[in-house]
Design a protein around this ligand. Structure first.
Ligand SMILES: CC(C)(COP(=O)(O)OP(=O)(O)OC[C@H]1O[C@@H](n2cnc3c(N)ncnc32)[C@H](O)[C@@H]1OP(=O)(O)O)[C@@H](O)C(=O)NCCC(=O)NCCS
Length: 145
């Protein structure tokens, strides 16, 4: 995979992918806000085609992983692991010493990925996410870089 900055011209493809990946997808506006805020917003491409993407916000030495996604038909093939490794290197280059993220307790693939790469649970946010029935907590995880 190769990684490059996401631009506004990519948002049709990215939001179409997001809608296929998540029951509660980010909107085009969410991605635009991230671009306009200067977050690290990356596309992962394979043979010129979109394979995944990620959004990371950095405040001083803390990186916050806001979105990491691999296209449904490409999941389970090591791309999420590769993208995460690229994000660790990027955050370190930008001076981060720690990375934080939130994940749904129901998202076992996400948790597996993060636990395997050194993240530890540091807390929970109650009723953080919308869910099909009511709300779902967030597991807050962190890892030193
Ligand atoms: C989470 C995600 C980014 C991981 O990317 P990926 O390319 O599928 O992951 P990898 O192939 O690198 O595998 C990473 C780990 O996740 C596990 N995994 C991947 N897909 C899985 C699935 N459907 N069910 C359970 N575990 C899964 C893998 O087994 C692997 O763990 P292991 O090495 O201990 O076996 C990707 O599955 C995805 O986009 N999921 C939907 C969006 C999402 O949940 N994003 C994270 C939100 S916090």
């Amino acid at each position: 995979m190769n990684y490059l900055p996401m631009g506004e011209a990519d948002l049709d493809a990215v939001t179409a992918a997001e809608d296929r990946i998540y029951p509660f997808p980010w909107t085009r506006g969410n991605f635009l806000d991230s671009l306009n805020s200067g977050h690290t917003v990356l596309l992962a491409r394979e043979e010129g085609r979109l394979a995944g993407y990620a959004v990371m916000m950095q405040v001083l030495d803390e990186a916050h992983l806001l979105n990491i996604s691999v296209l449904p038909e490409l999941q389970g093939g090591g791309r999420g692991t590769a993208l995460l490794g690229h994000l660790f290197a990027t955050a370190k280059d930008q001076g981060a010493t720690r990375m934080f993220l939130e994940v749904r307790p129901s998202n076992l693939a996400g948790q597996r990925l993060y636990l395997r790469h050194g993240f530890l649970e540091i807390g929970r946010r109650k009723a953080y996410y919308p869910a099909l029935e009511g709300r779902e907590d967030a597991i807050v995880m962190a890892r030193d870089l």
